[in-house]
Design a protein around this ligand. Structure first.
Ligand code: PEP
Length: 249
């Protein structure tokens, strides 16, 4: 079955550790006012934890949803500094990024931990956005598919019912924040591989986003690829006009 047409495009902004109340207010206001210019596209922002309430207030009544950039695998308890999925749900979050390469690299997150976080998010009614991607060295060694398969293995092992409720994001580490985007053909090749894994599991409807230096100038050519269902956008999501142009691409 070709479900390409039934997978609605999704563009998610990842603010990372940027923003303060005043700057966020104007960004959220711009999104609220401008988001309807991108019909046919689901639009969301993943903001730092302290600003979830601000995002909720600023985006309520708009077509833009919001989420967090990480979530604990634990339900509750003595886990200082962690934030549970139920807490995110308390702020009406729809999304939780899990396994972003900065978490994997800087915080030693393992493939299994990422899968555990995805399950925790699902249990609280959130949609996990599971990020995977290879480093430059791995790409140059021709290991891209092997790395993606390894990262996805504990996630896919959760089964079709769980994976069918997720979003995946392919983010080559060498393209994140570097200004160096994968070509549409390079990205499509990896997305097609991920799609084959999802088809094998019986969940062809799962959306697979591309991330890594997506801008208004390259979004349309990436979105033209049959297995790219949208984007996870870092830097460019901090500039409202740029972010909306990506969504409209
Ligand atoms: C990201 O943080 O997920 C990302 C893709 O960043 P950038 O768009 O800045 O490369």
């Amino acid at each position: 079955m070709n479900t390409e047409q039934t997978r609605k495009r999704l563009v998610i902004g990842n603010w990372k550790m940027h923003g303060l109340l005043a700057a966020n207010a104007s960004l959220l206001d711009g999104l609220h006012k401008g988001a309807s210019a991108a019909p046919g596209c689901d639009l969301a922002v993943c903001v730092p934890f302290p600003y979830l309430d601000q995002a909720r207030t600023g985006l309520q009544g708009s077509v833009v949803s919001w989420g967090a950039q990480d979530v604990s695998k634990h339900e509750q308890g003595a886990f200082t500094g962690e934030v549970s999925a139920a807490m995110l749900a308390d702020f009406d979050c729809q999304w939780a990024l899990v396994g972003h390469s900065e978490r994997r690299t800087l915080h030693g997150e393992t493939d299994q931990l990422v899968a555990d976080k995805a399950i925790a998010a699902l249990s609280a009614g959130l949609t996990p956005v599971v990020c995977v991607g290879e480093t430059l060295a791995e790409q140059e060694a021709g290991q891209t598919e092997h790395i993606i398969a390894r990262q996805l293995a504990p996630v896919l092992a959760l089964g079709a019912q769980q994976v069918g409720r997720m979003v995946l994001a392919y983010e080559p580490v060498w393209a994140i924040g570097t200004g160096r985007t994968a070509t549409p053909e390079q990205a499509q090749a990896v997305h097609a591989y991920i799609r084959s894994q999802l088809n094998g599991l019986g969940v062809p409807e799962v959306r697979v986003l591309y991330g890594g230096s997506v801008k208004a100038s390259n979004a349309a050519s990436l979105f033209a690829m049959p297995d790219i269902d949208g984007a996870l956008v870092g830097g460019a999501s901090l500039v409202v006009e740029e972010f909306l142009r990506i969504a409209a691409a």
